[in-house]
Ligand binder design. Structure first.
Ligand code: CR6
Length: 832
């Protein structure tokens, strides 16, 4: 081999400071095309990212080769969202070269923070569901599991949120504007995806009835691969995202008509498919483009999965032993009909055989019980966009209902609930039912949510298939959410218990005994204080507001949604403000209320709540009579990067959804792991967090899911009565309704007041208000005793080990996927 090539090859892998520095300089010049004098921060970010990427490529290929050689069973995680965030620190940290990189940059006169900050935040998701997918990718790679992510390479991620005059305004998020150094374009990995057209019936070679989908429009799905670096750099998995490309096959007929420009325009329009992420969180949009996005990425992924499988196999009998496909919500559920189509129409399998294979391959995760979020596509739309799939869905349904009819003895109501088609009003396909029927396992994302699935949306299905529903409580990756986001606390933890916790979070339980150690408590507080200072500076940069580092940082960060009840928090804020004004001589515990979160652009109530928080902040923050004891801030553009700054600094974690409505939550886990105490309802995973951290170390309040259910079943309650009996609630609401926070438009908040009063207060804000205030008071009292508070905070961190996404993914691997770790063969090449 050419000696120069060889030395470069070694250089590309070297992980020491000198080697890194040399390759930075080389990359800057030869790939970014700048010299050091002219390079911007962004140029340096690209340089460093490309140099780091070099260091994973060999191991990535080794990993893929090992999977291939072992013909390992793979798991394919199909998700319309991957909320990844930045990758530079993540890659460096998982490779174990953060310090080396910092030093190499230092020698070049650069600050690591500046370089890290130049990376855009990849926001290919809305919230919890998308971030969960990203945590699972990290956990699968860190466990050595052969896991692939499949999704869409949106050109525009989740919108950028700005506040203009206190109102949310959305701006396009152009994360790809300056290129993406992490991805590899694969122009040769291209699959056709069809839409529209019609179905033709014919007789196959043995005279059986068969179908083909003809006269359809075609789009191509092109792959972009991003390496997913597991902790320690042993396993590098792949996230494959599809981008829409126009086909090159022009319709020559059009040319002759002089419609050439029209034909070309049509082609260009087809690339709109992967243009933008729908900004709805847990609400269904029902738009045709969304259905097309769902089918687009699902079809491309299935074609890719079958191609990979067929490299080793000649029949499909082994597909379920070699591929597990996990449907992240119903968004990819059309894949069930698509796999049937591919097996029956393209590969000539018999229906029953194809169905058995399909069901054994797919599994489905449900992420919400909210009726407005359950996807139900109009039959007429599917008939038009995916005509063959509509036939297949009818066929699946007919066979299922026929089989069930015998057992249902005349219970037609039950049959119509089980049907894949909702016949009430405009006929619709219930995607949840399709996903349930086409999967061998169906799971919820917390113990409570899974129980409620059995009792509500899937009660009939559960009766028919009692072994199918199972629980997989969500988790979070400790690499990003503790090690990277909170260096102060992670370094402290490591000095006491070693670094085993990073890859086995259950080891963090060893910190329990440190809760009684005064010195450790002091250091724990110091770490928190450092993070609070960092957040305080960020708050000032973002909002201009100064906050007291020694106040309680009371944090509610999540999407803006009525069921998450930011309003409950706002009402408490106003009540506290009034109390402080009424009692200026009392020595108050200073409180900083930190909010952040985006509202779906068409969700008017959520946007009005944003405006209210900003209006309340304006009044409270400028009222000298509260002596800075209360500050309210709403941070703009909440995303993964902002979360990494906010979460480590929180004292109190607001998890206050109406019981029964939050499927799990994952922010609740991130905050508790970082030593925040939770104030929350018995909803979602809060229930399990309480079990793990202990009831003394969490502030639980409010109605339970059963109580909510009973109350609603008995016809609800009268919020007016509740309000009348609670003077501080009444006063707070009166202030909102009379314009105390909106002197420029006194009626602005009429819709909010209306919803909480005559509207019936569907989310039970007023019903839970008194108990919420009681829990808030308890938190404030405890905060005065900083030793006791710290003890509880430590016990939170120490008891959150079970909420690692490594645990979650292992449960999926063992109980749903039947996939096992593979140890890639790296042939002793120069790494570490
Ligand atoms: N909005 C749930 O609401 C859960 C995540 C991940 C959600 C949330 O409680 O933690 O999924 N559901 O399981 C959907 O997106 C449909 C969410 O993020």
């Amino acid at each position: 081999m050419d000696a120069r090539f060889k030395s470069r090859d070694i250089e590309r892998r070297s992980l020491d400071v000198d080697g890194l520095k040399r390759s930075f300089l080389e990359w800057l010049v030869y790939s970014v095309g700048k010299d050091a004098r002219a390079a911007t921060r962004r140029d340096w970010f690209h340089t460093v990212a490309l140099a780091v990427r070099d260091r994973v490529v060999d191991r990535w290929m080794d990993t893929t080769r090992s999977y291939y050689q072992e013909d390992a069973k793979r798991v394919y995680y199909l998700s319309l969202e991957f909320l990844i965030g930045r990758l530079l620190t993540n890659s460096l940290s998982n490779l174990g070269i953060v310090d080396e990189c910092r030093q190499a940059l230092d020698r070049l006169g650069l600050s690591m923070e500046d370089v890290v900050d130049a990376e855009p935040d990849a926001a290919l998701g809305n919230g919890g569901l998308g971030r969960l997918a990203a945590c699972f990718l990290d956990s699968m790679a860190s466990q050595g599991l052969p896991g692939y992510g499949y999704g869409i390479r949106y050109e525009f991620g989740l919108f950028e949120q700005r506040f203009e005059n206190g109102w949310q305004v959305e701006y396009p998020e152009q994360w790809l504007q300056f290129g993406n150094p992490w991805e590899f374009a694969r122009p040769e990995v291209l699959y056709p995806v069809q839409f529209y057209g019609r179905v033709e019936e014919f007789r196959d070679s043995v005279g059986e009835r068969a179908y083909r989908w003809v006269d359809a429009d075609r789009v191509l799905a092109m792959a972009y691969d991003t390496p997913v670096v597991g902790f320690g750099g042993e396993t590098i998995n792949t996230l494959r995202l599809w981008s829409a490309r126009a086909t090159r096959d022009f319709n020559f007929g059009h040319f002759n008509d002089g419609a050439y420009m029209k034909a070309v325009e049509q082609k260009i329009l087809s690339e709109n498919l992967s243009r933008v992420l729908y900004p709805n969180d847990a609400t269904e949009t029902g738009k045709e483009l969304r259905l097309k996005q769902e089918y687009f990425f699902t079809s491309a992924s299935l074609q890719d999965i079958l191609r990979r499988y067929l490299q080793h196999h000649t029949t499909f009998d082994n597909l379920p032993n070699k591929a597990a496909i996990q449907l992240n919500d119903t968004h990819p559920a059309i894949g069930i009909a698509e796999l049937m189509r591919l097996l029956v129409d393209q590969h000539a399998l018999r229906w029953d055989n194809a169905w058995e294979i399909t069901r054994a391959t797919f599994a489905y995760t449900n992420h919400t019980l909210l009726p407005e979020a359950l996807e139900a596509w109009p039959v007429r739309m599917i008939e038009r966009v995916l005509p063959r799939h509509m036939q297949i869905i009818y066929e699946i349904n007919a066979k299922f209902l026929n089989r069930t009819k015998a057992r249902a003895d005349g219970d037609n109501a039950k049959l119509s609930r089980l049907s894949l088609i909702d016949e009430r009003g405009e006929r619709r396909v219930r995607m949840g039912n399709l996903a349930f029927l086409g999967s061998h396992k169906v799971n919820g994302v917390s113990a409570l949510h899974t129980e409620l699935m059995k009792q509500t949306v899937f009660a009939d299905f559960h009766q028919e298939f009692p072994d199918r529903i199972n629980n997989k409580t969500n988790g979070i990756t400790p690499r990003r959410w503790l090690k990277q986001a909170n260096p102060a606390l992670s370094e402290l933890i490591t000095t006491r218990i070693g670094e085993g916790w990073i890859s086995d979070l259950s080891q963090i339980a060893a910190l329990r005994e440190k809760a009684d150690d005064v010195v450790f408590r002091e250091e724990f507080r110091r770490a928190k204080r450092k993070n609070k200072k960092r957040l305080a500076a960020y708050i000032t940069r973002q909002t201009g507001e100064e906050v007291l580092v020694d106040s309680i940082f009371d944090v509610q960060v999540k999407r803006m949604h009525e069921y998450k009840r930011q309003l409950l928090n706002v009402l408490h804020t106003i009540a506290l403000y009034n109390e402080m004004r009424d009692n200026p001589t009392v020595s108050w515990v200073p409180v900083t209320k930190v909010f952040a979160g985006k509202a779906a652009p068409s969700y008017h109530m959520a946007k009005l709540i944003i405006k209210l928080i900003n209006d309340v902040a304006k009044v409270v923050n400028h009222d000298p009579s509260v002596h800075d004891n209360l500050k309210v801030v709403l941070l703009p553009n909440y995303n993964v990067t902002a979360a990494e700054i906010i979460i480590p600094a929180a004292d109190l974690s607001e998890q206050i959804s109406t019981a029964g409505m939050e499927a799990s939550g994952t922010g609740n886990m991130k905050l508790a792991l970082n030593g925040a105490l939770t104030i929350g309802t018995l909803d979602g995973a809060n229930v399990e967090i309480r079990e793990h951290v202990g009831p003394d170390n969490i502030f639980i309040f409010g109605m339970t899911a059963d109580e909510v259910n009973d109350l609603r079943a008995s016809g609800g309650f009268n919020p007016r009565e509740v309000i009348a009996s609670n003077p501080s609630l009444k006063r707070a609401l009166d202030m909102i309704s009379t314009g105390a926070f909106s002197p420029d438009d006194r009626n602005r908040y009429h819709p909010i007041v209306q919803a909480l009063t005559d509207g019936g207060d569907h989310f039970l804000v007023t019903a839970d208000f008194a108990d919420y205030c009681r829990a808030q008071d308890a938190a404030m009292q405890l905060y005065r005793d900083s030793e006791e508070w710290t003890r509880k905070a430590i016990l939170n961190t120490a008891n959150m080990g079970w909420f690692s996404s490594d645990r979650t993914v292992n449960e999926y691997a063992g109980e749903i996927w039947d996939v096992h770790p593979v140890h890639p063969n790296h042939d002793g090449e120069g790494f570490r």
